[in-house]
Design a protein around this ligand. Structure first.
Ligand code: UD1
Ligand code: MG
Length: 491
């Protein structure tokens, strides 16, 4: 099946410098949602991928495709055609005609209708099924909406058969009352489509070549028109304005929240979670309010995520507690670990089981072995930390000399006193203790106390005393004095 995605429109109603199809829903451009579904519908074996009609912001859309291809090789199959001037959806499809295989039907998708499921599209394609090489039926995806404002309406004859699609701007008040709308998604017989597109006219209120006008042409040509609807209304919602985008985002997030709860996850409030990617959870995971999950995140069984955490591309083990306001990106957290509140785990933070990372502790590109702790105000970067290590409050690994990054190695059972600086490259031997306030510039031997500290001295000292400031009393003229003045004046 040919698949064409119309994505050339400007999206004037968004009032944005970004082409509409690159606006994001659940962290991904609208077009990426549509493309991912189209590619999975075609299957890996398909030789040619979807054709995207680009126009407004074509360079940005192409750049997005190049970047997306780096992450998902499927995107390399996508081809683009240019619609230099945006003269309507029919005109847009016309630009792709030469690329279509006439032996196959053509599925038209809109770059601004992001959430149509593969199941719904497969159902629609089946409806249009015909014999290969012969023109078959035309299948339309429609939807009954309580508020159909803005959409094209499906006009049916008394016997229920589709007669035409009328755009909102061209509709009579009677037609505007129709609740069944055109989702824009349709499967068309390609041979006939070629003829129909060339015969389109732009004599309508928007002076555009409407793709929707081919429906009346199909009726005239005697091509059967079949319709079906999606299981979920949100599958057919188009995004034309920022409020529609925000409302579809919430609907989408609520549907993800429901899927998570169905799979055994507890959510403090299903209306207050954002999943911008994939979130895989074991049983009895609890997620408090306001959490954001980006990229691929895994939370193993029994893990609890406190309020307002942001977790991106990370793997969290079993029975982990991540307390409020923690930020975790590109990290691995072992079972039973305690993280936060206010912890930051950055790329390459790899924590074994039972590790405690407390408030205002940042860990980057570091391996921390089991049962080690950094409970308060520390920076651990480019380090290898052994087991049962205690990193005191205010400890910093000085890993960067302004040009290069250097490694710190802290062996098992080390105790690091508060406010210590480890100037990398440096190694702390097994069982060593570093005295509070140490600036470690050389390796610390195992099992000894190493301390670098200026000797404490006490001097006689008279603390300067603050002079008390005299408070200037402003003379206020009392009523009595005023009266006296007046009397004197009279004399
Ligand atoms: C269109 C349909 C309407 C339907 C609605 C569903 C037409 C005439 N109208 O209206 O019946 O109810 O979608 O969401 O088809 N595009 C181009 N080139 C153009 C114009 C548009 O590629 O010259 C692309 C846009 O990028 C967008 C899609 O086509 O992805 C739909 O265009 P849009 O302007 O949003 O049409 P609607 O007014 O929503
Ligand atoms: Mg639209």
């Amino acid at each position: 099946m040919n698949i064409v995605i119309l994505a050339a429109g400007q999206g004037k109603r968004m009032k944005s410098a970004l082409p509409k199809v690159l606006q994001t829903l659940a962290g991904k451009p609208l077009l990426q949602h549509v493309l991912t579904t189209a590619l999975s519908l075609q299957g890996k074996q398909a030789k040619t991928g979807p054709i995207i009609v680009v126009g407004h912001g074509a360079a940005d859309v192409k750049e997005f495709l190049v970047n997306a291809s780096k992450e998902d090789s499927g995107f390399r199959k996508v081809t683009t055609v240019l619609q230099a001037e945006q003269k309507g959806t029919g005109h847009a499809l016309l630009q792709a005609l030469s690329k279509l295989d006439v032996q196959e039907p053509t599925l038209v998708l809109y770059g601004d209708v992001p959430l149509t499921s593969k199941k719904t599209l497969a159902k629609l394609a089946k409806l249009a099924d015909g014999i290969r090489g012969q023109d078959s039926a035309l299948a339309l995806l429609t939807q009954d909406l309580t508020n159909p404002t803005g959409y094209g309406r499906i006009v049916r004859d008394a016997d229920g058969s589709v007669r035409e699609i009328v755009e909102e701007k061209d509709a009579t008040s009677e037609q505007k009352a129709i609740k069944e709308i055109n989702t824009g998604i349709m499967v068309l017989p390609t041979n006939s489509l070629k003829k129909w597109l060339k015969a389109l006219s732009s004599s309508n209120s928007q002076s555009e070549y409407y793709l929707t006008d081919v429906i009346a042409m199909a009726v005239t040509a005697g091509v059967p028109i079949r319709t079906t609807q999606a299981d979920e209304e949100f599958e057919t919602i188009g995004v034309n304005s920022r409020d529609q985008l925000a409302s579809l985002e919430r609907t989408h997030q609520l549907s993800i929240a429901n899927q998570l709860m169905d799979a055994g996850v507890s959510l403090a409030d299903p209306a207050r979670i954002d999943v911008r990617g994939t979130l895989e959870c074991g049983t009895d995971v609890f997620i408090d309010v306001g959490c954001v999950f980006e990229g691929c995140v895994t939370l193993a069984a029994g893990t609890k995520i406190g309020p307002y955490c942001v977790i991106r591309n990370s793997v969290i083990g079993k029975n982990v507690s991540i307390h409020a306001f923690s930020h975790i990106d590109g990290a691995k957290v072992g079972n039973q670990s305690l993280i936060g509140p206010y912890a930051r785990l950055r790329l390459g933070a790899d924590l074994a089981n039972d590790v405690h990372i407390g408030n205002f502790v940042e860990v980057k590109n570091s391996k921390i072995a089991a049962n080690s702790k950094a409970n308060h105000l520390a920076y651990v970067g480019d380090s290898i930390v052994g087991s049962r290590v205690n990193i005191g409050a205010g400890t910093i690994t000085c890993n960067y000399d302004g040009v290069n990054k250097h490694q710190t190695i802290i062996e098992d059972d080390v105790f690091i006193g508060s406010d210590t600086q480890l100037v990398a490259p440096v190694r702390v031997g097994r069982g060593a203790t570093l005295g509070a306030g140490t600036t470690l510039t050389k390796d610390a031997p195992p099992n000894q106390l190493t301390v670098s500290r200026v000797k404490q001295i006490s001097l006689p000292w008279e603390r300067p005393v603050k002079q008390e400031k005299k408070i200037a009393v402003k003379k206020t003229t009392t009523k009595k004095a005023v009266a006296k003045k007046i009397i004197k004046g009279k004399k």
